[in-house]
Write a protein that binds this ligand. Structure first.
Ligand SMILES: C[S@@+](CC[C@H](N)C(=O)[O-])C[C@H]1O[C@@H](n2cnc3c(N)ncnc32)[C@H](O)[C@@H]1O
Length: 250
């Protein structure tokens, strides 16, 4: 029996759920890529927060999900990753994007959540840093500042991320820490919980271990939606003459 994917509709509550990694007849990104973003998440964000022809950027592009969804919707797109998986992804560190300041309409990112997945041997890979190490949050802080730099004023960033739990190392509230960092540079628009349908969550032995050892499996990802808002220019700045221009007499 073949599984028929349900049609895409805009999510209207702060609890997002869709039973498939991909929509439509094909795939967006690559289902063989460990840690790929469910494509309906990107579809919902781009549908709400961008228009045809806008430029979308993903600094952690992985298998290219954001590129495929953006093209489906007629958006322009640039995908960056330290370790490009496809030819249309540009090699770059998310903290130093080869992208002009104030040139991007929307940034989507799904960064590594700690060091549970090995993405590459590149020493700059954030997926090599355990979330219990403050260096992980220093790195994410630099990524958020870079997203702020490349975004146009009054445009949006969405961060898709999961908390960390390890039986020996304990719980790290990655989501709360990120929200705190984002709030210092951006206006908070909303916080969505996205139901996880990871294969490991379907395995009975994981649930048995969670019950027996008294811990919880990660059932949702955080999705933070924030907006860049530059402060309005002060009266003095408004009155300052442009090069070669005149100040209007008051
Ligand atoms: C969770 S995956 C992204 C999955 C992607 N959204 C998809 O749908 O396939 C995280 C990605 O971050 C990349 N990465 C890790 N550190 C990076 C850095 N400093 N700069 C750019 N990319 C980085 C990894 O190579 C990996 O592809």
């Amino acid at each position: 029996m073949t599984f028929k994917k349900p049609p895409l509709t805009l999510q209207t509550t702060t609890l997002w759920d869709y039973p498939s990694q991909h929509y439509g007849v094909g795939q967006q990104g690559d289902s063989r890529y460990v840690g790929a973003t469910p494509s309906y998440v990107v579809w919902n964000l781009l549908t709400r927060y961008t228009r045809a022809g806008d430029l979308v950027v993903d600094p952690f592009c992985g298998s290219g999900t954001t590129i495929d969804v953006a093209r489906d919707l007629g958006r322009n797109v640039r995908g960056f990753d330290l370790s490009p998986y496809r030819a249309d992804i540009t090699a770059a560190d998310a903290r130093e994007l080869p992208q002009e300041s104030g040139s991007v309409d929307f940034v989507f990112m799904d960064p590594p959540y700690s060091d549970n997945v090995k993405y590459s041997d590149d020493p700059r890979c954030i997926g090599r840093i355990n979330a219990t190490d403050e260096a992980y949050f220093d790195a994410l802080g630099a990524v958020f500042r870079e997203a702020h730099r490349v975004l146009k004023d009054r445009r949006y960033l969405a961060v898709y991320i999961c908390d960390y739990f390890n039986k020996k190392k304990g719980f790290v509230p990655i989501g709360l820490r990120c929200l705190e960092m984002l709030a210092s540079d951006f206006r908070l628009i909303d916080h969505v919980c996205v139901v996880r349908h990871n294969k490991s969550l379907k395995l009975g032995n994981w649930h048995k271990a969670a019950e027996e050892d008294n811990f919880y499996l990660r059932g949702f990802n955080h999705l933070f939606i924030v907006k860049k808002e530059l402060p309005a220019p002060s009266a003095g700045e408004r009155a300052a003459p442009r090069r070669g221009g005149k100040v209007r007499p008051s």
